[in-house]
Write a protein that binds this ligand. Structure first.
Ligand SMILES: *[C@@H]1O[C@H](CO)[C@@H](O)[C@H](O)[C@H]1NC(C)=O
Length: 333
């Protein structure tokens, strides 16, 4: 029994190594909802479709909703196809993220995709962010618009997390490469996390400090999720031991964004990035140490509306169903 378990872990790790080293995540196993996730909050606002592979998360005047992965992971590739609610979505926030905030109150890690609804009808914006070891006083947000309408079809949103970098992908195009540097110290996520997907009322958080609130006349707002990929090293929460740690083998660490992907990534960022913390001189007199300042980018991003961020840490996960206003102190546009 022990031997076959070990053998299967070796096979699993080898597979993970092949996937990560190839730099392009294709053909990964797609899980049914019940194979990888559990209901988190929102009662019947979470609906698993009959195929077992797709989920609707609704927000109405009673509650938002969310789900959480059954396992904790240390590194890996995590993905979902998401179709966002259409039309008027001011104040509606959909999030697909990793966090361990429930286990580490003071020094949690987090990797975020956040979709921010907008008064301008269909124009959703995406935000990515990273926190490490409770670094909530240093937000590392970037914002982008998209080259498609994310409420029209499903699109794939993915996170690659290794010991040395985090890459965010949209439809397998890397949009952000976040490299671990010595100077950022503990600010790089390094403890096991679970995956979350949620929809919630961000009236006080996402639209100019409550200027444009969720309008429940248009409810329910429904975000659709499918094609769940949870391809990481799962960790036993009681032992804090990785069953399979890709970081143990240096070969397992991907070489990063391929040259072809890099051209696409840079094209995306030039065209679609609307905000980067690296150029926010209101928040950071000196940019955080990992920032590489590109004068052209600084000039371009300077012409966008300034984004203001409040103080305080954001509360994710289970706390959502107790108070959907718990994000009130965080940020505004
Ligand atoms: C993480 O935070 C804890 C508590 O604040 C601190 O003791 C520890 O040294 C930090 N770890 C790193 C790697 O910075």
């Amino acid at each position: 029994m022990g031997c076959s378990l070990l053998a299967s872990l070796i096979v699993a790790c080898f597979f993970l190594y092949v996937v990560l080293a190839s730099g392009s995540p294709g053909n990964l196993p797609i899980l049914a909802f019940d194979e990888g996730y559990n209901h988190l909050f929102g009662d019947d606002n979470l609906v698993v479709l009959r195929d077992g592979k797709s989920v609707h998360l609704a927000l109405d005047e009673r509650t938002g909703s969310g789900f959480v992965s059954q396992d904790l992971y240390l590194h890996g590739f995590f993905s979902a196809s998401i179709k966002l609610p259409a039309d008027y979505t001011a104040g509606v926030v959909v999030a697909f993220y990793m966090s361990n905030g429930d286990m580490f109150e003071k020094n949690h890690d987090e990797i975020d995709f956040e979709f921010l609804g907008n008064i301008r009808g269909k124009e959703w914006r995406i935000q990515t962010n990273v926190y490490g070891n409770g670094s909530t006083s240093v937000g590392r947000e970037e914002r982008y618009n998209l080259w498609f309408d994310p409420s029209e079809e499903f699109h794939q949103y993915s996170i690659l997390w290794t010991d040395s970098q985090i890459i965010f992908y949209v439809d397998n195009v890397p949009i952000r490469e976040f490299k671990r540097t010595q100077s950022m110290g503990g600010d790089f996520p390094s403890k096991p996390m679970t995956l979350y997907a949620t929809i919630w009322d961000g009236s006080d958080w996402a639209t100019n400090g409550g200027k444009y609130r969720v309008n429940y006349k248009y409810a329910p707002y429904i975000a659709q999720f499918s094609e769940f990929v949870l391809h990481g090293c799962s960790v036993d929460p009681t032992e804090h031991l990785a069953k399979c740690d890709i970081a143990e083998s240096s070969e397992a660490i991907p070489t990063g964004v391929t040259p072809t992907q890099r051209i696409k990534m840079e094209g995306f960022r030039q065209k679609h990035m609307t905000y980067s913390y690296c150029y926010d001189r209101v928040r950071y007199k000196a940019p955080p140490p990992e920032c590489v300042i590109n004068p052209k980018e600084a000039e371009r991003l300077g012409v966008f509306d300034p984004v203001t961020f409040g103080k305080g840490r954001r509360h994710h996960g289970k706390r959502h169903h107790r108070s959907h206003n718990s994000h009130a102190e965080a940020t505004s546009i």
